[in-house]
Design a protein around this ligand. Structure first.
Ligand SMILES: NC(=O)c1ccc[n+]([C@@H]2O[C@H](COP(=O)([O-])OP(=O)(O)OC[C@H]3O[C@@H](n4cnc5c(N)ncnc54)[C@H](OP(=O)(O)O)[C@@H]3O)[C@@H](O)[C@H]2O)c1
Length: 248
């Protein structure tokens, strides 16, 4: 596993071969690497150069974790490098598979549902901006999918969208999370235009983040079910596991 000096290696299980480096390095420590799982963001601009190194080092097989965020209709700065990264993978000589998860949740270290649960545990009101469709994926379902795809020849040179079992509207998602905690939550609807204005003034979140909140994020994953038996959990089940792991 590639780790940086700042990486939190204490969260990793024992017995992993840790190699020091960073994606911007000219020479990645790729000796004896035959198979690769690329799970750093593909939006940093490193992927085309990394692909050159992987091919030169004779790496044969790779699963690359992209994101369904590339389907956004907003003008997101990260979209172009992500598309360029996917194109570099697809143009390589590796036996590649690209998986594109939706929002990933399931541990205290996620930056989304853990915060939602902590908020609901504390406050009786919840501000609801828009009411888009969401379909987050539980982290272990994604991890299982990556491992299974790696072992399934039918996934070579294919791209898969990966999501939770079914989409739900944001109000339903918040109520489902609240039910898990046995909390009653009052939803306060905030017009998207007001939230955009607040984002501009306060700069606590970006305007793009607010607009993304209001954008539908539901994705078909039937190709993954057909090719490697992907059967993800529902949000109700995943959020229950996450609440338990957070001790809530
Ligand atoms: N989080 C989501 O909701 C979400 C949604 C859709 C898709 N994805 C995709 O899923 C993948 C994992 O997401 P994540 O949220 O876990 O990502 P993350 O927290 O941003 O980073 C994942 C790993 O990338 C490593 N990394 C970042 N820059 C690096 C560099 N220059 N050199 C070497 N390693 C570097 C980090 O290493 P350190 O440990 O050293 O920081 C970290 O362990 C990414 O491809 C992301 O785009 C995430």
């Amino acid at each position: 596993m590639l780790v940086r000096p700042t990486s939190q290696t204490s969260v990793l299980p024992d017995g992993i071969d840790l190699r020091s480096g960073a994606l911007e390095d000219e020479h990645l420590p790729l000796e004896d690497v035959g198979i690769l799982v690329y799970c750093a963001s593909m939006g940093f601009g490193h992927v085309p150069r990394v692909m050159d190194q992987l091919q030169a080092a004779g790496v044969k097989r790779g699963v690359f974790v992209s994101t369904t965020a590339i389907f956004t209709h907003l003008t997101a700065a990260s979209r172009a490098p992500r598309l360029e990264a996917e194109a570099a993978v697809q143009g390589s000589t590796l036996d590649w598979t690209i998986v594109r998860p939706t929002m990933i949740y399931g541990t205290a270290r996620d930056r989304n549902i853990s915060r939602l649960l902590q908020f609901i545990a504390r406050w009786p009101l919840f501000p609801l901006c828009g009411n888009a469709l969401w379909q987050p994926i539980y982290v272990e379902d994604l991890a299982d999918a990556v491992v299974t795809a790696l072992d399934t020849p039918a996934t070579v040179r294919r791209v898969y969208n990966l999501a939770g079992a079914y989409p739900l509207r944001f109000d339903d998602l918040v109520r489902t999370a609240a039910r898990t905690l046995f909390r009653r939550v009052i939803l306060v609807r905030v017009p998207v235009s007001a939230a955009v204005l607040a984002a501009r003034v306060t700069r606590v979140v970006s305007v793009e983040q607010v607009r993304r909140l209001a954008e539908d994020k539901a994705f078909d994953y039937s190709d993954a079910t057909r090719d490697f038996g992907f059967h993800p959990r529902s949000f109700a089940e995943g959020v229950r596991l996450e609440a338990r792991s957070l001790g809530l």
